[in-house]
Design a protein around this ligand. Structure first.
Ligand code: GDP
Ligand code: IMO
Ligand code: MG
Length: 419
């Protein structure tokens, strides 16, 4: 068997959680491969709503196994509050989630460093989620990090050593802090984590595939936030692209199957950084209010704009997307015209290959489509879509060379059209 992958193709929050939940019945195992509690994946079904941070989105569909892979960074305190809240609503996860021993731990001091580095950057700050993501991946790469497997041996000494290192940096940045409450919650989280199975997830995942079982890999963030290919430095600190599946779960490249790329019918971004198709007008406000575009982790208002095909085609190329999934088409129901950027005008040049830099003098070149101006939320068959929406989808397929196989028309699990 090959592992299938679900990835965000834009700047995150495309609707990955919903789609993973919808597709989970077709799989035996769901695995996260990168990111951490910077993610906020929303699932809605039976009138209930859940926002998952570190826990894979496959936990609500029967007894599927869910794996937190080695590429993920885990904050035990956040994980505990997330898992306990789910347990209170009747979802006992201890038998259904296992955690890679190689996943790195986010320490309370990583969160302080995240805040300190952001403060030091002043006006140039990235607008991180403040969850300690950058400093934790930094320690991983500089070979100073603590891993889940470390919990089992001589843990306190290892923790103290890394904490001392962090405190030295915090002092050098004149960053004031009080660690006591966060540290207490963190160690309680460590104890809670021990209820779960710590595994060599690379062996488990490969044995699962060899046994003919199916695996769905769940991405966090989006391709334009990738540390290598995103709008650097306004990115996250992991490889959000498809290659992240190989390093974040130990799946060889020739074992990757279908790559589902998710995008919104428009575009959003939360935090700082360039966003060529951003709207600063009433239309952007409408996208924000109709689409309820507020960050699921930080509550920040998401910036909204038109679909950017220059960026989308780039993401399709880097990720090797085999099927597209279009989300939130319903948010555009009332728009008279819908625009899509097909090129950037930079100075006197027209650019269609996503360039090295997109800040500064980048003017999107738009193609306009007639809006459908009707309510599509209750539609469940592709043939029943208004022609204007079909034309919009066909254009995206022609431009990207990839079929749009799923169209989402509302936040609920049921509001999904499969082709
Ligand atoms: P993720 O991080 O990629 O999982 O996405 P988020 O959960 O952060 O953000 C997506 C938001 O859009 C959530 O509030 C979802 O409930 C909502 N959503 C998902 N699909 C649709 C859709 O087709 N239409 C509408 N209106 N909302 C959707
Ligand atoms: P999901 O999985 C949207 C953004 C932050 C910031 C930048 C770096 O829900 O799609 P970080 O805390 O990772 O160091 O922040 O990345 N960001 C996200 N934006 N959705 C996410 O996750 C994000 N995770 C991080 O806003 O701009
Ligand atoms: Mg999100």
């Amino acid at each position: 068997m090959k592992a299938d992958v679900i990835l965000g193709l834009q700047w995150g929050d495309e609707g990955k959680g919903k789609v993973v939940d919808v597709l989970t019945p077709h799989y035996d195992v769901v695995a996260r491969f990168q990111g951490g509690p910077n993610a906020g994946h929303t699932l809605e079904f039976n009138g209930e709503k859940y926002i998952l941070r570190s826990i894979p989105s496959g936990i609500f569909q029967g007894d599927k196994q869910n794996i937190i892979g080695n590429g993920v960074v885990l904050d035990p305190a956040v994980f505990r509050s997330e898992a306990e809240a789910l347990a209170r609503s009747g979802h006992d996860l201890t038998k259904r989630i296992s955690i890679s021993k190689k996943a790195h731990l986010i320490l309370p001091t990583h969160c302080l460093l995240d805040a300190a580095y952001e403060a030091a950057k002043g006006a140039d700050k990235v607008g991180t989620t403040g969850k300690g993501i950058g400093p934790t991946y930094t320690d991983k790469v500089s070979r100073n990090g603590l891993r889940v497997g470390d919990i089992l041996h001589n843990f306190q000494a290892k923790y103290d050593k890394l904490k001392a290192r962090h405190e030295q940096i915090l002092r050098s940045l004149n960053f004031e802090y009080d660690l006591a409450a966060a540290e207490k919650a963190w160690f309680e989280g460590i104890e809670y984590l021990k209820k779960f199975q710590f595994i060599d997830s690379e062996h488990v995942v490969n044995q699962t595939l060899a046994a003919g079982k199916s695996v769905l890999c769940e991405g966090a963030q989006g391709t334009m936030l990738d540390i290598d290919f995103g709008s650097y430095p306004f990115v996250t600190s992991s490889n959000t692209v498809c290659a992240g599946v190989c390093t974040g779960l130990g799946i060889p490249p020739n074992r990757i199957g279908e790559v589902f790329g998710i995008f919104k019918a428009y575009c959003t971004r939360v935090g700082a950084g360039p966003f060529p198709t951003e709207l600063h007008d009433e239309q952007g406000e409408t996208m924000c209010s109709v689409g309820r575009e507020y960050g699921s982790v930080t509550g920040r208002k998401r910036r909204c704009g038109w679909l950017d095909l220059v960026a989308l085609k780039y993401a399709v190329m880097i990720d090797g997307v085999t099927s597209l999934i279009m989300m939130k088409a319903d948010v555009l129901n009332d728009f008279k015209t819908i625009k899509v950027a097909t090129a950037y005008k930079i100075g006197s040049k027209f650019v269609t290959d996503f360039p090295y830099e997109i800040d500064g003098d980048v003017e999107p070149v738009y193609r306009e489509f007639e809006g459908w101006q009707c309510d599509i939320n209750a539609i469940r068959r592709y043939d029943d879509f208004p022609q204007q929406l079909k034309d919009y989808i066909t254009f995206i397929e022609q431009e990207t060379g990839v079929p749009v196989k799923i169209i989402s028309v509302g936040p609920d699990r049921e509001a999904t059209v499969m082709r």
